[in-house]
Design a protein around this ligand. Structure first.
Ligand SMILES: *[C@@H]1O[C@H](CO)[C@@H](O)[C@H](O)[C@H]1NC(C)=O
Ligand SMILES: *[C@@H]1O[C@H](CO)[C@@H](O)[C@H](O)[C@H]1NC(C)=O
Length: 375
C-alpha cells in the first residue's frame, strides 16, 4: 500500500502535482476524449480558458497545464494571473465555487479601502487546502479582521509559479502595516508534493491552515463543479471505480485522491511540526462559523475580533453570511451556487467510499488529535 502511494506520488510529480486534478489515468483519457478534460478544468477553469484562447487550436485532449512549462505560455500565464489578482481586489462576491477570476471587477468596492501605507511582505500564514473544503469562506471571514490582509485570488506560487521567485510572490501581496498578518490561500498546495519543502524554505515559521471536509462530500462537490462546466464527462460512479464489479476504487482520480488527507499530511509533517498546522472543520465552518474563527484567530495569535456578531445564517442558502464584508457596508454571502443540484450518487457507491476512506480518516483523526465525525 505504501509503495503504491510512493509510486502514485512520484508518477505525479512531473506533470500533475501542480494540478492535482490532472490525475486522470491514461486509459481513460484514450477511451473518452472528454474524460481528460475532467480534472483539467476543475481547478482553474478561468485560467485554462484564457490559455486555450491563447492557443485556440489545441485539441481538447492536450494537457494544457503541462504546457505551462513552455516559456511563452508561462509568461502569458504570469500576466494573466496578475490580471486575475487585480480583478479580485475589486470583487465583492467571491463565491467559493465560482471559477476564480471569472468575475468582472466592481471598481471601488474594495479599492477605496485598500491600504496605501505599509509594505508588501511574504505571507506569515497560508491556507493550504483543501479544494472544496471551504477555503474561500474561511478567507473571506478572516478578512473581516483588521489585522489580516489577504490576496483575493489564488497565487498558486508553490505549485505552478514557483520558478517566478519569491520577489514575484511578494509583489502579489497587499501592503501591510506593522503587526498585520499577510495571508493567501491556494487549496492545491495541500496535495502538492513539493509545497511543504518550498514553504519551509521561505520560512519555517509559516503558519498553515487546512480546511477539511468529509472526503466523500468533498469529492462529490469537486465532481459537481467540473460537471457544471463539462456536462459530457463520465458519471461520478464510472470515474470512482477502476472496475465497478470488483469495487476497486480509482485512487488516481483527483476527486478521490485529494480526500486521503492522512497521506498528504504525512508529507507536510516531514517539514512542519503539527502545532504549526491548524485544521479547520469545513462542516463547522458552516454550522458554527464564529466558533471555528475563534480557533483560527487564536492560532494566528490575534485578538478574537470576529465573533457571532459578524454572522447571520441565510436559511434559504443554508449558509452563514457576513453582516458586512471587509471594506463594504453590505452583507456578504458565500455559497452562491450551493443550490446546485448534486448528482444522485447511488447509496451503494457512497457506502463503498465510506469503507474506502474509513481507515484514512481514522489515521487522520489520530494524527491531528481531532475527530471530525465523518464516519
Ligand atoms: C472487472 O472485474 C471482473 C471480475 O474480476 C472481470 O471479470 C472484468 O473483466 C473486469 N472488468 C474490467 C473492465 O477490467
Ligand atoms: C438569502 O439567500 C437567498 C437565496 O440566495 C437570497 O435571495 C436572499 O437575498 C438572501 N437573504 C439574505 C438576508 O441574505
Amino acid at each position: 500500500m505504501f509503495l503504491l502511494w510512493v509510486y502514485m506520488l512520484y508518477s505525479c510529480v512531473g506533470y500533475c502535482a501542480p494540478m492535482p486534478s490532472l490525475v486522470v489515468d491514461n486509459n481513460r483519457r484514450k477511451e473518452t476524449g472528454t474524460g481528460s478534460v475532467v480534472g483539467k478544468r476543475t481547478e482553474n477553469n478561468a485560467r485554462a480558458d484564457l490559455v486555450s484562447r491563447l492557443l485556440p487550436r489545441l485539441p481538447p485532449w492536450v494537457d494544457i497545464e503541462s504546457d505551462y512549462d513552455e516559456p511563452s505560455v508561462r509568461t502569458s500565464s504570469r500576466d494573466l494571473l496578475n490580471k486575475e489578482i487585480d480583478a479580485y481586489r475589486g470583487v465583492e462576491d467571491r463565491g467559493e465555487m465560482r471559477g476564480e477570476g471569472q468575475r468582472a471587477p466592481e471598481p471601488g468596492a474594495m479599492s477605496s479601502f485598500s491600504n496605501d501605507l505599509g509594505s508588501k511582505k511574504l505571507p506569515q500564514a497560508i491556507i493550504i487546502g483543501v479544494k472544496k473544503g471551504g477555503t474561500r469562506a474561511l478567507l473571506e471571514f478572516l478578512r473581516v479582521h483588521p489585522d489580516i490582509r489577504a490576496v483575493g485570488a489564488e497565487p498558486h506560487f508553490f505549485d505552478r509559479n514557483y520558478e517566478n521567485g519569491l520577489e514575484w510572490y511578494r509583489e502579489l501581496m497587499p501592503k501591510t502595516l506593522e503587526g498585520q498578518i499577510t495571508m493567501e490561500k491556494t487549496p492545491s498546495y495541500f496535495v502538492t508534493r513539493e509545497a511543504p519543502a518550498r514553504i519551509s524554505v521561505m520560512s519555517r515559521d509559516t503558519k498553515l491552515i487546512v480546511v477539511v471536509r468529509d472526503p466523500i462530500t468533498r469529492a462529490i462537490s469537486d465532481y459537481t463543479q467540473t460537471l457544471s462546466k463539462n456536462p459530457d464527462i463520465p458519471t461520478f460512479e464510472s470515474l470512482t471505480f477502476k472496475n465497478r464489479t470488483t469495487g476497486l476504487i480509482d485512487t488516481s482520480w483527483s476527486a478521490i485522491q485529494i480526500g486521503i488527507y492522512a497521506k498528504h499530511l504525512d508529507n507536510w509533517l516531514q517539514y512542519f511540526p503539527m502545532d504549526q498546522i491548524l485544521f479547520v472543520s469545513g462542516e463547522r465552518l458552516i454550522s458554527d462559523p464564529a466558533g471555528e474563527l475563534g480557533r483560527v484567530q487564536d492560532f494566528l495569535g490575534l485578538k478574537r475580533i470576529i465573533t457571532d456578531k459578524h454572522f447571520y445564517f441565510n436559511q434559504t442558502k443554508g449558509f452563514p453570511c457576513l453582516k458586512k464584508a471587509e471594506g463594504s457596508s453590505k452583507p456578504h454571502c458565500l455559497g452562491k451556487t450551493k443550490g446546485r443540484t448534486h448528482p444522485n450518487i447511488h447509496p451503494e457507491v457512497v457506502q463503498r467510499l465510506r469503507d474506502f476512506y474509513r481507515p484514512f480518516n481514522m489515521k487522520f483523526y489520530q494524527m491531528t488529535g481531532h475527530n471530525f465525525g465523518w464516519d
